[in-house]
Design a protein. Structure first.
Lengths: 425, 464
């Protein structure tokens, strides 16, 4: 491949982004690559789209590879070429965007394919749910169950996108939707509070330490106010939270509270809130299914359980919480689908009959492995080039040295005899 | 007055509770006393009720006073006695409840009997008082064991609704709207009151649909209430009280912490979905780990907390009211405390979402709905047939007059008592001094006689 047609991104110091192609995301099985065999496209260009959010940049790119295969026809078996495509999912923090841009600029980057362009976020997410098996799942009391969503049964549903903030969107058909409302209490809020109250460095760290915490150190429960019997007249059990952070009354300082307890309280209360507002919107609209998108959940089991529990409680089992495997990439996928040159709608994704994460890794390595070679090749070529340059200059230098000695020797001989140079000297 | 019939609550060090009668609450014009002239009650006992919540104890008590007046009848003008009552509103923090109980116990409380002109409210032994709130259950044993006071517990939600219904229907200038800094009293027609949504914002929030007198249902609630906002403020700033938080928030700018739609999309905002650039996309969303807590100003954090949680309460209230077709949302609880921008934020939010269809109404005695409702539960009194003193204009100076008329007289009586005590002691002192002077005089007399005796014969004769 010509350099101008290659995507070449190297590791930027401190950025840790080792090229779009080769970046191994932590816990990448959460956003597995998707294989689309036999894409009906001749153009061997690749496609990329960006979803630039308040906190995270999500990148989705399609990598194609020629495959030889045998097909039979009336003339006998013939070799033909098809193009498989793999959809890759990568994310990094928006605060690094300027550095990334600077890096891309310094590398004189070009994208594969002439008309590639970055597309802003769009909401065209129906394809993801409709096309991909084992994309949607429920998560109740620790148990994950994939749901097959009947295509006639999908609409209407409520899409709750939890990013820095929350958007709540009523989806009634393909490209038929309305942003009903939102709330400013999203992932950005919970991490914002955690940053100031604890030493958490990342949202993943917050999720982790919350597992060991007890929210009752901070939250005032109905039992704290009413006693062990709770407030049964109004269906409030003693364990129900009456006031988030309500036990904090000024007597204890921040240092008197454990980080994991605060983390547990923040996560539980804000998750519960998102579920509640979603329910309050869904119920009057008669909507039975709420799909949660955005990078808030990140496969965290108790977050999903809390949402499921809350919805089940308020709706008396009428409204279901559905989670998405590629929850954070809905916008980026939708933007990709917006390209005219590709019609992923007629794609047949590789149906995985069992969610086998090891198999997925093989698929990834098949592509990631080959591309990694190319980057090494480039490194090697660069080194060779420099070495060759060095040799050349050293040779030039040796030649000059030799010439200089020659002239000096001649000069000394001239001084010894007559003052004229004769050709024999 | 016999001491055993007096209520004597004095200042407890560190508690600052200078007696139920004379305590002047800070900003008491927010919860003004209410005058009920001519209560049709013979029994001169007073009434008191408690609402013991997660953060605050609310006390409401009725003080009665005999008044002479002239009425005319067929036999001519005759003197008669009526009883006026003043409803007082007092609150203090629940964390001081144990100290208060200890104090009451140590003072061997009692209250005024039948022969007094004034009957300050108080506690006495073997007494049953109405109590509501979670603390009524939690502290019932302590009150019984230490003070011999039995709680007659009334359901909190039922009390809150009863109190709200009473205040809204009976008291002029109880309900008001507050929009863009302007406070306007609303007269709520009794036929038009129901249904309404009552949102009680205490430590947490209860959202109650009220469809009639004693007809209500707690629809839902949220755990993000006054306790939350103060909890966060306590840990993030040096705020010592909720009032301090309200004060410093006035000088703060929430945009130092909050991520707006403009921060994400630029100055044009996101008009396709009606989101202006100034709309808040993520509360505390600008906090991304780079700056430490010390890098943020307390007033900015206070402004963000107040604005966002207030906005949330309004939003959830609206999401409940709208499908029920409810046009009016009344806010109770001690969260708002007359804070102008809190009320403006709620009003603005509701107006925005409902496109002007749903109104936010605030209550003058917002924090005392439960306590008032519990008081109404006493059988001996039927406040429903009371005619409260109608104030045609909300003139806080006039209210002070009314308050002073009662509080003033009571204060005089305490002063009178002091003065009498002082006079008594002075009189005692004079008396003793007189006695002393007399004794001195007698002593001198005897000494003089003795000296004369020593001079001449040893016998005393009558002439010496």
């Amino acid at each position: 491949m010509e350099r101008s047609n290659c995507q070449q991104l190297e590791e930027v110091e401190g950025f840790g982004f080792n090229g779009l192609i080769t970046q191994q995301q932590p816990s990448n099985h959460q956003n597995p690559t998707l294989l689309f065999p036999e894409l009906p496209i001749d153009n061997d260009s690749s496609l990329i789209s960006l979803d630039i959010g308040g906190t995270l940049v999500k990148v989705v790119y399609l990598v194609r590879e020629n495959k030889k295969c045998m097909t039979s026809c009336s003339d006998g078996a013939i070799e033909c070429h098809t193009l498989d495509g793999t959809l890759h999912f990568v994310k990094f923090e928006t605060k690094f965007l300027n550095q990334w841009i600077q890096f891309l600029h310094s590398q004189r980057l070009c994208f594969v394919g002439e008309n590639s362009d970055v597309q802003p976020t769009g909401f065209h997410k129906n394809m993801t749910i409709k096309k991909i098996d084992q994309e949607a799942f429920t998560h109740i009391s620790g148990k994950k169950t994939y749901v097959n969503i009947d295509h006639c049964d999908l609409f209407p549903y409520l899409l709750v996108n939890v990013g820095s903030g929350v958007s709540i969107i009523k989806v009634t058909g393909n490209k038929k939707f309305k942003r009903v409302t939102g709330t400013q209490f999203g992932g950005g809020t919970i991490f914002g509070f955690a940053s100031l109250l604890t030493n958490c460095q990342s949202y993943d760290e917050l999720l982790e330490i919350s597992q060991q915490g007890d929210n009752r150190a901070l939250d005032l429960t109905v039992g704290d106010i009413y006693g062990d019997t709770g407030y049964p007249e109004h269906s409030l059990s003693a364990s129900a939270i009456a006031s988030c952070f309500g036990k904090v009354n000024g007597n204890k300082k921040l240092s008197g509270y454990k980080a994991e307890d605060m983390a547990a309280s923040l996560l539980r209360n804000f998750t519960y809130l998102i579920a509640q507002i979603s329910y309050l919107v869904a119920a009057p609209l008669g909507i039975k299914r709420i799909c949660f998108g955005g990078s808030y959940i990140r496969g965290h089991a108790s977050t999903m359980d809390n949402i499921s529990y809350g919805l089940n409680f308020w709706s008396k089992g009428q409204v279901a919480a559905v989670f998405l495997q590629h929850e954070g990439f809905l916008g980026a996928v939708g933007a990709l689908l917006n390209y005219k040159k590709i019609d992923l709608n007629i794609l047949v994704p590789h149906k995985l009959t069992a969610y086998d994460s090891s198999r997925l890794s093989d698929v990834g390595e098949e592509f990631h492995g080959k591309l990694e070679e190319r980057v090494e090749d480039r490194h090697n070529r660069e080194v060779e080039r420099l070495k060759a340059e060095l040799d050349r200059i050293q040779n030039d230098k040796a030649t000059l040295v030799k010439k200089l000695k020659n002239l000096e020797s001649k000069l000394s001989k001239l001084c010894g005899s007559c003052s004229k140079l004769c050709s024999s000297c």
